[in-house]
Design a protein around this ligand. Structure first.
Ligand code: NAP
Length: 268
């Protein structure tokens, strides 16, 4: 039987892949055979090194994905990466220019801001919703414009448990991630019959920069841990299997799913 999970010859664009979950996903896709384009703001060196070590090609694009800040000065880019200046469509153009095709888009970049609902500022609201949701839509649009006329593709959105639940002191984040679930359904409905699979992964509580404040909170950390049936926080490479599955031929008839990878949290 052919390997249903083989990504040999595919090209994947992963946003926010210089750290945390995005880095683990980029490395997993490379280990499954894909060449990788990274799009993000911080130093890509660690991810580039791991992708190259798996024998695949890697190209990095310096891009601030917050809509409205898309043109960046060349001098701001870490050396060795290419600065993108054409908006979100320019990121897709850079991926195509690098490796000639784009088969997989992983919309991973995201931010979180914690505050009581009564104290959330408009600036924080816009930063969270625009980074987590608006940029996801317009990057998906740019990628799909290519995939729909070039044999299809796979779009994977990184959702959250707060695509299902309200969370505590993160109303903009919960709204954005609930929007990610809705957007995943909407785009799947529109593109499923045309060869583009749109799905999402909803990570549970993972040990990354995103959750540093929670993991350092002497009250919340043990409460969270006690509620996870698996009995531990997720590690970034716990997402590898779901990411490869949703990127591969194995998921060709899977559309519009928000797949929890949460150590059982939602089953509780
Ligand atoms: P992380 O290490 O903070 O990763 C977030 C990544 O997004 C970083 O690489 C960051 O780049 C990038 N990013 C943020 N804003 C950006 C912008 N405007 N332009 C370009 N890149 C930007 O945390 P993480 O946990 O791996 O988060 C990855 C995704 O998983 C996020 O969407 C998050 O909401 C989601 N998630 C995480 C958890 C968890 O428990 N950790 C649970 C559910 C969902 P910089 O380094 O430049 O800031």
């Amino acid at each position: 039987m052919q390997n249903l999970f083989d990504l040999d010859g595919r090209v994947a664009l992963v946003t926010g892949a210089n750290t945390g979950l995005g880095q683990a996903i980029a490395v997993a896709l490379a280990q499954a055979g894909a060449d990788i384009v990274l799009a993000g703001r911080s130093d890509p060196a660690a991810t580039v090194e791991q992708v190259l070590a798996s024998g695949r090609r890697c190209h990095s694009v310096y891009a601030d994905l917050l809509p409205g800040t898309l043109s960046v000065a060349a001098s701001a880019a870490p050396s060795g990466s290419v600065t993108q200046t054409g908006g979100l469509a320019g990121v897709v153009d850079q991926a195509l220019a690098a490796f000639g095709r784009l088969d997989i888009l992983v919309n991973n970049a995201g931010i979180i801001r914690r505050a009581d609902a009564t104290d959330v500022t408009e600036e924080d609201w816009d930063a969270v919703v625009d980074t987590n949701l608006k940029s996801m839509f317009f990057l998906s649009q740019a990628a799909a414009r290519h995939m729909l006329v070039n044999g299809g593709g796979k779009i994977i959105n990184i959702a959250s448990l707060l695509s299902f639940q309200g969370g505590i002191r993160v109303p903009a984040y919960a709204a954005s991630k609930s929007g990610v679930a809705g957007l995943t359904h909407a785009l799947a409905n529109e593109w499923a019959a045309r060869g583009v699979n749109v799905n999402a992964i909803a990570p549970g509580y993972f040990a990354t920069n995103n959750t540093e404040a929670l993991r350092n909170d002497a009250v919340r950390e043990p409460q969270i841990l006690a509620r996870i049936p698996a009995g531990r926080w997720g590690q970034p490479d716990d997402l590898a299997g779901a990411a490869v599955f949703l990127s591969s031929r194995a998921s060709d008839y899977v559309h519009g799913v928000v797949l929890p990878v949460d150590g059982g949290w939602l089953a509780r």
